[in-house]
Design a protein around this ligand. Structure first.
Ligand SMILES: [Zn+2]
Length: 335
Protein backbone atom coordinates (compact mmCIF):
# COMPACT_ATOMS: atom_id res chain seq x y z
CA UNK A 1 0.00 0.00 0.00
CA UNK A 2 3.06 2.20 -0.44
CA UNK A 3 1.35 4.04 -3.25
CA UNK A 4 -1.66 4.68 -1.09
CA UNK A 5 0.56 6.17 1.65
CA UNK A 6 2.25 8.40 -0.92
CA UNK A 7 -1.09 9.54 -2.28
CA UNK A 8 -2.36 10.23 1.23
CA UNK A 9 0.75 12.31 1.83
CA UNK A 10 0.13 14.19 -1.38
CA UNK A 11 -3.40 14.86 -0.21
CA UNK A 12 -2.12 16.09 3.15
CA UNK A 13 0.49 18.36 1.60
CA UNK A 14 -1.92 19.81 -0.86
CA UNK A 15 -4.15 20.81 2.02
CA UNK A 16 -1.60 23.41 3.08
CA UNK A 17 0.46 24.20 -0.01
CA UNK A 18 -1.40 22.82 -3.00
CA UNK A 19 0.66 24.11 -5.90
CA UNK A 20 4.24 23.63 -4.66
CA UNK A 21 3.69 20.21 -3.11
CA UNK A 22 1.96 18.89 -6.20
CA UNK A 23 4.70 20.21 -8.47
CA UNK A 24 7.43 18.70 -6.27
CA UNK A 25 5.97 15.20 -6.15
CA UNK A 26 5.12 15.14 -9.81
CA UNK A 27 8.69 16.08 -10.81
CA UNK A 28 10.12 13.20 -8.75
CA UNK A 29 7.57 10.79 -10.20
CA UNK A 30 8.26 12.09 -13.73
CA UNK A 31 11.95 11.28 -13.29
CA UNK A 32 11.13 7.70 -12.32
CA UNK A 33 8.80 7.34 -15.31
CA UNK A 34 11.55 8.64 -17.54
CA UNK A 35 14.10 6.17 -16.15
CA UNK A 36 11.68 3.30 -16.59
CA UNK A 37 10.82 4.34 -20.12
CA UNK A 38 14.53 4.44 -21.03
CA UNK A 39 14.91 0.85 -19.79
CA UNK A 40 11.83 -0.34 -21.72
CA UNK A 41 13.09 1.36 -24.88
CA UNK A 42 16.50 -0.25 -24.52
CA UNK A 43 14.81 -3.64 -24.18
CA UNK A 44 12.71 -2.85 -27.26
CA UNK A 45 15.84 -1.97 -29.24
CA UNK A 46 17.56 -5.30 -28.52
CA UNK A 47 14.51 -7.58 -28.69
CA UNK A 48 12.23 -5.84 -31.24
CA UNK A 49 9.37 -6.35 -28.74
CA UNK A 50 7.47 -3.05 -28.30
CA UNK A 51 8.26 -1.18 -25.08
CA UNK A 52 4.69 -1.36 -23.79
CA UNK A 53 4.97 -5.10 -23.20
CA UNK A 54 7.83 -4.47 -20.80
CA UNK A 55 5.96 -1.58 -19.22
CA UNK A 56 2.91 -3.79 -18.68
CA UNK A 57 4.86 -6.67 -17.13
CA UNK A 58 6.77 -4.26 -14.93
CA UNK A 59 3.65 -2.41 -13.81
CA UNK A 60 1.83 -5.66 -13.02
CA UNK A 61 4.72 -6.99 -10.94
CA UNK A 62 5.36 -3.72 -9.14
CA UNK A 63 1.78 -3.68 -7.90
CA UNK A 64 1.86 -7.34 -6.87
CA UNK A 65 5.06 -6.70 -4.93
CA UNK A 66 3.56 -3.75 -3.14
CA UNK A 67 0.87 -5.92 -1.58
CA UNK A 68 2.88 -9.07 -0.93
CA UNK A 69 5.09 -9.60 2.11
CA UNK A 70 6.82 -12.69 0.75
CA UNK A 71 8.53 -10.77 -2.07
CA UNK A 72 11.53 -8.47 -1.53
CA UNK A 73 11.10 -4.75 -2.21
CA UNK A 74 12.65 -3.53 -5.49
CA UNK A 75 16.12 -1.95 -5.35
CA UNK A 76 15.89 -0.03 -8.61
CA UNK A 77 13.09 1.62 -10.55
CA UNK A 78 11.72 -1.63 -12.00
CA UNK A 79 9.16 -3.83 -10.29
CA UNK A 80 9.92 -7.09 -12.11
CA UNK A 81 11.07 -9.78 -9.72
CA UNK A 82 12.70 -12.91 -11.14
CA UNK A 83 12.81 -15.69 -8.55
CA UNK A 84 16.33 -16.98 -7.68
CA UNK A 85 15.69 -20.49 -9.04
CA UNK A 86 14.46 -19.02 -12.33
CA UNK A 87 17.29 -16.52 -12.51
CA UNK A 88 20.09 -19.02 -11.72
CA UNK A 89 18.45 -22.06 -13.33
CA UNK A 90 16.34 -24.74 -11.62
CA UNK A 91 19.18 -27.27 -11.29
CA UNK A 92 21.83 -24.74 -10.31
CA UNK A 93 22.99 -25.54 -6.77
CA UNK A 94 24.27 -21.98 -6.40
CA UNK A 95 20.90 -20.34 -5.93
CA UNK A 96 22.44 -16.87 -5.89
CA UNK A 97 24.66 -17.45 -8.90
CA UNK A 98 25.58 -14.24 -10.75
CA UNK A 99 28.00 -15.79 -13.22
CA UNK A 100 26.40 -15.40 -16.67
CA UNK A 101 28.21 -18.45 -17.99
CA UNK A 102 27.17 -20.95 -15.31
CA UNK A 103 23.65 -19.49 -15.25
CA UNK A 104 23.28 -20.18 -18.95
CA UNK A 105 24.69 -23.69 -18.45
CA UNK A 106 21.86 -24.41 -15.99
CA UNK A 107 19.19 -22.85 -18.18
CA UNK A 108 18.71 -19.81 -15.95
CA UNK A 109 17.07 -16.65 -17.20
CA UNK A 110 19.62 -14.22 -15.80
CA UNK A 111 21.97 -12.43 -18.15
CA UNK A 112 24.44 -9.58 -17.85
CA UNK A 113 22.57 -6.67 -19.40
CA UNK A 114 24.86 -3.77 -18.51
CA UNK A 115 28.17 -5.37 -19.46
CA UNK A 116 29.79 -5.47 -16.01
CA UNK A 117 30.35 -9.23 -16.24
CA UNK A 118 27.79 -10.00 -13.56
CA UNK A 119 24.20 -11.19 -13.97
CA UNK A 120 22.70 -9.37 -11.01
CA UNK A 121 19.00 -10.11 -10.29
CA UNK A 122 18.65 -6.74 -8.53
CA UNK A 123 20.13 -4.65 -11.35
CA UNK A 124 17.51 -2.96 -13.56
CA UNK A 125 19.37 -3.43 -16.84
CA UNK A 126 20.15 -7.07 -16.09
CA UNK A 127 16.51 -7.64 -15.17
CA UNK A 128 14.97 -6.01 -18.24
CA UNK A 129 17.41 -7.61 -20.71
CA UNK A 130 16.85 -11.02 -19.11
CA UNK A 131 13.09 -10.61 -19.50
CA UNK A 132 13.57 -9.35 -23.07
CA UNK A 133 15.63 -12.36 -24.01
CA UNK A 134 13.12 -14.72 -22.45
CA UNK A 135 10.18 -13.22 -24.35
CA UNK A 136 12.15 -13.02 -27.55
CA UNK A 137 12.94 -16.75 -27.36
CA UNK A 138 9.22 -17.33 -28.12
CA UNK A 139 8.91 -14.72 -30.86
CA UNK A 140 8.20 -11.02 -31.17
CA UNK A 141 4.55 -10.98 -32.26
CA UNK A 142 1.58 -10.68 -29.90
CA UNK A 143 0.55 -14.35 -29.97
CA UNK A 144 4.03 -15.59 -29.13
CA UNK A 145 4.52 -13.03 -26.41
CA UNK A 146 1.20 -14.16 -24.95
CA UNK A 147 2.46 -17.74 -24.98
CA UNK A 148 5.69 -16.69 -23.28
CA UNK A 149 3.69 -14.90 -20.59
CA UNK A 150 1.49 -17.92 -20.04
CA UNK A 151 4.51 -20.20 -19.64
CA UNK A 152 6.23 -17.77 -17.33
CA UNK A 153 3.32 -16.96 -14.99
CA UNK A 154 1.17 -20.10 -15.37
CA UNK A 155 -1.92 -18.06 -14.47
CA UNK A 156 -4.42 -16.83 -17.04
CA UNK A 157 -5.61 -13.97 -14.82
CA UNK A 158 -2.08 -12.59 -14.68
CA UNK A 159 -1.71 -12.84 -18.44
CA UNK A 160 -5.05 -11.04 -18.90
CA UNK A 161 -4.05 -8.25 -16.53
CA UNK A 162 -0.71 -7.75 -18.28
CA UNK A 163 -2.27 -7.75 -21.75
CA UNK A 164 -4.84 -5.21 -20.56
CA UNK A 165 -2.03 -2.88 -19.57
CA UNK A 166 -0.33 -3.50 -22.92
CA UNK A 167 -3.44 -2.15 -24.64
CA UNK A 168 -3.61 0.90 -22.39
CA UNK A 169 0.08 1.86 -22.71
CA UNK A 170 -0.05 1.29 -26.44
CA UNK A 171 -2.99 3.66 -26.77
CA UNK A 172 -1.70 6.48 -24.58
CA UNK A 173 2.05 6.11 -25.32
CA UNK A 174 2.94 7.29 -21.82
CA UNK A 175 3.47 5.81 -18.36
CA UNK A 176 1.82 8.77 -16.70
CA UNK A 177 -1.67 7.38 -16.23
CA UNK A 178 -2.30 7.88 -12.54
CA UNK A 179 -5.06 10.50 -12.75
CA UNK A 180 -8.33 9.83 -10.95
CA UNK A 181 -11.71 11.47 -10.61
CA UNK A 182 -14.69 10.99 -8.30
CA UNK A 183 -17.27 8.58 -9.84
CA UNK A 184 -20.08 11.15 -9.88
CA UNK A 185 -19.81 14.69 -11.28
CA UNK A 186 -18.90 17.02 -8.40
CA UNK A 187 -21.75 19.37 -9.30
CA UNK A 188 -24.34 16.64 -8.81
CA UNK A 189 -26.22 16.18 -5.57
CA UNK A 190 -24.78 13.17 -3.75
CA UNK A 191 -23.89 11.98 -0.27
CA UNK A 192 -21.81 9.17 1.14
CA UNK A 193 -20.20 8.07 4.36
CA UNK A 194 -17.85 5.35 5.42
CA UNK A 195 -19.82 2.11 5.66
CA UNK A 196 -16.94 -0.25 5.04
CA UNK A 197 -17.42 -3.62 6.71
CA UNK A 198 -20.77 -2.75 8.26
CA UNK A 199 -23.54 -5.35 8.35
CA UNK A 200 -25.73 -5.18 5.31
CA UNK A 201 -29.49 -5.53 5.31
CA UNK A 202 -29.92 -5.85 1.57
CA UNK A 203 -29.27 -9.36 0.39
CA UNK A 204 -27.30 -11.11 3.12
CA UNK A 205 -23.68 -10.54 2.30
CA UNK A 206 -21.70 -10.79 5.48
CA UNK A 207 -19.90 -7.49 5.18
CA UNK A 208 -20.39 -4.47 3.00
CA UNK A 209 -17.54 -4.45 0.48
CA UNK A 210 -17.71 -0.89 -0.70
CA UNK A 211 -19.05 2.61 -0.29
CA UNK A 212 -22.61 3.61 -1.16
CA UNK A 213 -22.92 6.99 -2.82
CA UNK A 214 -26.54 8.15 -2.72
CA UNK A 215 -27.79 10.25 -5.62
CA UNK A 216 -30.83 10.57 -7.84
CA UNK A 217 -31.75 8.26 -10.71
CA UNK A 218 -29.92 9.18 -13.88
CA UNK A 219 -26.91 11.00 -12.41
CA UNK A 220 -23.98 10.11 -14.69
CA UNK A 221 -21.49 7.54 -13.39
CA UNK A 222 -17.91 8.02 -14.59
CA UNK A 223 -14.82 5.88 -14.71
CA UNK A 224 -12.53 6.94 -11.88
CA UNK A 225 -9.31 5.86 -13.58
CA UNK A 226 -7.49 4.79 -16.74
CA UNK A 227 -8.43 1.20 -17.30
CA UNK A 228 -10.25 -1.46 -19.24
CA UNK A 229 -13.88 -2.53 -18.95
CA UNK A 230 -13.42 -6.06 -17.67
CA UNK A 231 -17.06 -6.91 -17.03
CA UNK A 232 -20.38 -5.41 -17.99
CA UNK A 233 -23.82 -6.88 -17.40
CA UNK A 234 -26.12 -8.19 -14.71
CA UNK A 235 -25.22 -9.86 -11.48
CA UNK A 236 -27.71 -10.88 -8.82
CA UNK A 237 -26.67 -8.47 -6.07
CA UNK A 238 -25.00 -5.74 -8.07
CA UNK A 239 -27.73 -5.44 -10.70
CA UNK A 240 -26.46 -3.70 -13.82
CA UNK A 241 -22.80 -3.40 -13.05
CA UNK A 242 -19.49 -2.49 -14.64
CA UNK A 243 -16.04 -3.64 -13.54
CA UNK A 244 -13.03 -1.62 -14.62
CA UNK A 245 -9.47 -2.85 -14.19
CA UNK A 246 -6.93 -0.05 -13.75
CA UNK A 247 -3.18 -0.10 -14.35
CA UNK A 248 -2.50 -0.90 -10.67
CA UNK A 249 -4.23 -4.30 -10.85
CA UNK A 250 -7.22 -2.82 -9.01
CA UNK A 251 -10.75 -3.76 -10.05
CA UNK A 252 -13.26 -0.93 -9.66
CA UNK A 253 -16.81 -2.20 -9.23
CA UNK A 254 -19.79 0.05 -10.09
CA UNK A 255 -23.11 -1.49 -9.10
CA UNK A 256 -26.89 -0.87 -9.11
CA UNK A 257 -26.72 1.20 -12.30
CA UNK A 258 -29.85 2.33 -14.06
CA UNK A 259 -28.20 1.40 -17.35
CA UNK A 260 -25.04 1.74 -19.40
CA UNK A 261 -24.03 4.24 -22.03
CA UNK A 262 -24.97 2.69 -25.34
CA UNK A 263 -21.49 2.14 -26.78
CA UNK A 264 -19.90 0.65 -23.66
CA UNK A 265 -18.35 -2.75 -24.29
CA UNK A 266 -16.06 -5.21 -22.53
CA UNK A 267 -12.42 -4.66 -23.48
CA UNK A 268 -12.97 -0.94 -24.03
CA UNK A 269 -10.36 1.47 -22.71
CA UNK A 270 -11.74 4.16 -20.42
CA UNK A 271 -10.16 7.14 -18.71
CA UNK A 272 -10.93 9.27 -15.68
CA UNK A 273 -14.27 10.95 -16.43
CA UNK A 274 -15.48 8.58 -19.18
CA UNK A 275 -19.22 8.18 -18.60
CA UNK A 276 -20.14 4.50 -18.27
CA UNK A 277 -23.77 4.64 -17.11
CA UNK A 278 -26.05 6.29 -14.58
CA UNK A 279 -27.17 5.90 -10.97
CA UNK A 280 -30.04 3.48 -10.36
CA UNK A 281 -31.41 0.91 -7.94
CA UNK A 282 -31.01 -2.31 -9.92
CA UNK A 283 -30.18 -5.61 -8.29
CA UNK A 284 -31.28 -8.21 -5.75
CA UNK A 285 -33.21 -10.35 -8.16
CA UNK A 286 -33.38 -11.58 -11.74
CA UNK A 287 -32.19 -9.24 -14.54
CA UNK A 288 -34.18 -6.03 -14.56
CA UNK A 289 -35.11 -6.04 -10.85
CA UNK A 290 -35.00 -2.50 -9.47
CA UNK A 291 -36.39 -0.30 -6.76
CA UNK A 292 -35.75 -2.56 -3.76
CA UNK A 293 -33.68 0.21 -2.14
CA UNK A 294 -33.03 3.91 -2.72
CA UNK A 295 -30.97 4.76 -5.83
CA UNK A 296 -27.23 4.82 -5.18
CA UNK A 297 -23.91 3.87 -6.68
CA UNK A 298 -22.21 1.03 -4.88
CA UNK A 299 -18.49 1.50 -5.39
CA UNK A 300 -16.10 -1.33 -4.58
CA UNK A 301 -12.36 -1.86 -5.01
CA UNK A 302 -10.57 -5.20 -5.32
CA UNK A 303 -6.87 -5.86 -5.61
CA UNK A 304 -5.14 -8.74 -7.37
CA UNK A 305 -1.99 -9.96 -5.62
CA UNK A 306 -0.91 -12.58 -8.11
CA UNK A 307 -2.83 -15.40 -6.37
CA UNK A 308 -6.20 -14.02 -5.50
CA UNK A 309 -8.29 -10.89 -5.31
CA UNK A 310 -9.40 -9.17 -2.12
CA UNK A 311 -11.62 -6.28 -1.35
CA UNK A 312 -10.38 -3.12 0.35
CA UNK A 313 -12.01 0.06 1.59
CA UNK A 314 -12.63 2.55 -1.24
CA UNK A 315 -13.74 5.34 1.10
CA UNK A 316 -10.32 7.02 1.63
CA UNK A 317 -9.72 6.92 -2.13
CA UNK A 318 -13.11 8.46 -2.90
CA UNK A 319 -12.42 11.24 -0.41
CA UNK A 320 -8.99 11.87 -1.93
CA UNK A 321 -10.18 11.88 -5.56
CA UNK A 322 -12.98 14.24 -4.64
CA UNK A 323 -10.55 16.62 -2.95
CA UNK A 324 -7.92 16.41 -5.72
CA UNK A 325 -10.54 17.13 -8.35
CA UNK A 326 -11.71 20.19 -6.42
CA UNK A 327 -8.13 21.46 -6.12
CA UNK A 328 -7.47 20.93 -9.83
CA UNK A 329 -10.67 22.70 -10.72
CA UNK A 330 -9.64 25.70 -8.62
CA UNK A 331 -6.17 25.74 -10.20
CA UNK A 332 -7.67 25.69 -13.66
CA UNK A 333 -9.92 28.54 -12.68
CA UNK A 334 -6.93 30.67 -11.64
CA UNK A 335 -5.15 30.48 -14.99
ZN1 LIG B 1 -23.35 -0.95 -1.32
Amino acid sequence: MYQFVVLTLIALFTFTTPLTALAQTSTDQDKIYQQRMELYKKAEAVSLIPWYYFAAIDQYERNVRQVRRDLPKPKGVLGIYIKPEIWAGPLNKAENDTNPFTISQFGGLGIDGNGDGVADPTNDEDIIFSMARFLQSYGTDHQHIKMALWNYYQRSKTVDLILGKVKIYKKYQTLKLDGHVFPLPLYSNYSYKNTWGSARGWGGRRIHEGTDIFASYGVPVRSTCYGIVELKGWNKYGGWRVGIRDINNTYHYFAHLNGFVSDLREGQIVEPGTIIGSVGSSGYGPPGTAGKFPPHLHYGMYKDNGYTEWSFDPYPHLKMWERMEKIKKKQRGRK
